[in-house]
Every structure is written in C-alpha cells, then in structure tokens.
Ligand binder design. Structure first.
Ligand code: ATP
Ligand code: MG
Length: 318
C-alpha cells in the first residue's frame, strides 16, 4: 500500500445527516452539507458548541451512524463502496463509554483484536495497557474502573488494529489533568509515528496546543477550517494591562484615543490591533501623559476568543 498512500486521511463531500423526528420533536438536520479534507498525518481538531454535529460526523465516518446524503472516504476508501476497508482504517473513541462491565481491560482488548482479525502474534495488549496507564488494571473488571480509566481503556481499544486514522471524540472529558497530559503524550507519539489524529474537545487550550489544523463547526456547518496559527491570527486584537504607581481619577485624552479604559484607579487596559498600533507608541503616550508604570502584562488572542467570535456570528437557531 505504500505506493499509494492517500493525500487525505479523510475526505467528506456534501455530507448531510437528518435524524428522523419523533412524536415529540420534528426531524433534525445535524449536518447541512459538509465538505472537508483532513490531510494524512494531521493532528486535526474539531471544535464546536454542544449539538453542532461533531459526533454525528465522526460516527458517520466510523460507520455508527448512517448518512442521509453526500459521500465520505476514509484512507481513500469510500464508506459505501469499500465499507470494510474504510472501517479497518479507522479507530474511534466514541463520546459515549460503551464497555462491557464484566470483562477485564485485557479481555476487552483481546476481543477487539479478534474482531479485527489481528493475529495473536501481532497483538500489543500489554503495550497498549501500558500506554494508557492501565498496566496494573489489566485484570480488574471494567466495572471497577473509574470514569477516567474507562475512557483511557477506550483509547487503547480503538488502537488494537493499529489504524492509520484515530478519531477521539472528547477523549479527555472527566480525565484528570495528569492523566490527560499522559494521554495527549501518547496521542502525540502516535501522530509522530504517522497516525492521523482527529479529535474533538471542549478544552480549547488543549486544541490550541495540540492541533496543527482546526475546523470549527456550528449548527451543522463548517464555519472555519485552517491551520491553527492562521485561525489565531484572525482576530487582530491584543490587550495591554498596566499597573500605575498611584491612583488616577480619569485617563488623559491622549490615551483615550487608544481606547484605553480604567477598570480600577491604578489599572489601565488598552485594547489594540497589533497590525495598526505598536506597543512602543502606546507606552510613549503613557509616558508623555506623565503616568508611571510599575508593572505590565499583555494578553494575546487565544482560541477561545476566535471560537466565540465565529460561533456568535452565527446565532443559535430558535
Ligand atoms: N440519535 C439522534 N436522534 C435525533 N437527533 C440527534 C441524534 N443524535 C444527535 N442528534 C441531534 O443532532 C445534533 C448534533 O448532535 P451531535 O451529537 O452530533 O453534536 P456534537 O457537536 O457532538 O455535540 P456535543 O459537543 O454536545 O457532543 C443535535 O441537535 C442533536 O440533538
Ligand atoms: Mg459530541
């Protein structure tokens, strides 16, 4: 297969999903014609508010939800025409935990390997248990594992057949900080060794640090899809916080021109666009106004700002 590795690990075109309605609720269109390409080798983040359609998209790729229209390819395999190959190219950690409580982690991984036809000699059960920090829990019943441990076991389960594409739907929800970092270390390592990673998370800071490309989805539509750095550069805004050596009652006019504010008598905040104003100019204006600075800090735009801006531009449907 090495001669024909696909350029894109995942390709989605015109993907629509309408869930049938119930007596209480009408039909719901969760995906409104999504086009998307996830390059091979990417560390790709899917972000969006609750109900945006992230899990729906992931579950269609994994063969867990049936699409209404459009097409999708995983590792070059069409999910309709080459269903089996598409499925074996992907490992999914679903948002909902679904582990058999009466099996042990070791058994769960062995059964999963059997389902995917991984020969005994090629199984990596111990390595996987180790990687997700469950080596000492290998023989405990799944029902005795904590929520975070179960989630980590789900990650191991998704990796038993060493798929080239690993999709993690909220893998760190409920996992404590230390183990979250360990989990991400493992995922990064997999990515470095060539696995394409697609993840969703509500921890934007994590996405910002981990992902090279981010798609933001809202109301079933992709509202942005670009390299993380490009996305972050979208909001041309920075904040400069100054602490003064004494209280002031009002700001001089020269600073008001920089849209400065005085949140407290000794604190000045100046919001500026790095493309249009330079910190040097601002500080010169502060000095010229005879204000003495005892401390200063700046705040960069982070993913949360960009996210909120993009998601607010498209208000929630009634
Ligand atoms: N089985 C289902 N039947 C009917 N509607 C559904 C079903 N699953 C999801 N939906 C609806 O489809 C929309 C998208 O849901 P989805 O689970 O894909 O969102 P999400 O982006 O994963 O949200 P979250 O961040 O909360 O996990 C929501 O309006 C949801 O109510
Ligand atoms: Mg979801």
């Amino acid at each position: 297969m090495s001669a024909s590795l696909p350029a894109n690990a995942v390709e989605v075109s015109g993907l629509v999903k309408t869930y049938a309605g119930t007596k209480k609720a009408g039909p719901k269109t969760a995906l409104k014609g999504i086009d998307l390409a996830i390059p091979r080798g990417a560390m790709f983040g899917f972000l969006g508010p609750n109900g945006a359609g992230k899990s729906t998209l992931i579950n269609i790729l994994a063969g867990l939800v049936v699409k209404t229209a459009g097409s999708a390819k995983v590792w070059g395999y069409d999910i309709d025409r080459d269903t089996r190959k598409a499925k074996s190219a992907i490992g999914v950690v679903p948002q909902e935990l679904n582990l058999d409580p009466f099996f042990t982690p070791r058994e769960i991984l062995e059964v999963q390997a059997g389902l995917y036809g991984v020969p005994k000699a090629e199984r990596r059960t111990n390595e996987l248990l180790e990687a997700v920090g469950l080596a000492d829990k290998g023989d405990a019943y799944a029902r005795t594992l904590s929520g975070g441990m179960r989630r980590r076991l789900m990650v191991a389960k998704a990796m038993v057949h060493a798929p080239p594409v690993l999709i993690l739907d909220e893998p760190t929800a409920g996992v404590d900080i230390e183990l979250r970092q360990a989990l991400w270390r493992y995922v990064r390592e997999l990515n470095a060794r060539g696995t394409t990673i697609v993840l969703t998370t509500h921890y934007l800071q994590e996405a910002e640090e981990l992902c090279d490309t981010i798609a933001i989805i809202n109301h079933g539509e992709v509202v942005a899809c670009e390299p993380t750095q490009t996305l972050l550069a979208r909001t041309d805004a920075k904040e400069l916080w100054l602490t003064l050596d004494r209280d002031v009652a009002a700001l001089p006019a020269s600073l008001v021109a920089f849209s400065a504010e005085l949140p407290s008598p000794r604190k000045v905040v100046i919001r500026y666009q790095p493309s249009r104003a330079q910190v040097g100019e601002i500080l010169a204006a502060v000095a010229a106004a005879d204000l003495r600075i005892v401390d200063l800090s700046t705040k960069e735009t982070d993913l949360e700002d960009v996210f909120l801006q993009l998601v607010r531009e498209q208000p929630r449907a009634a």
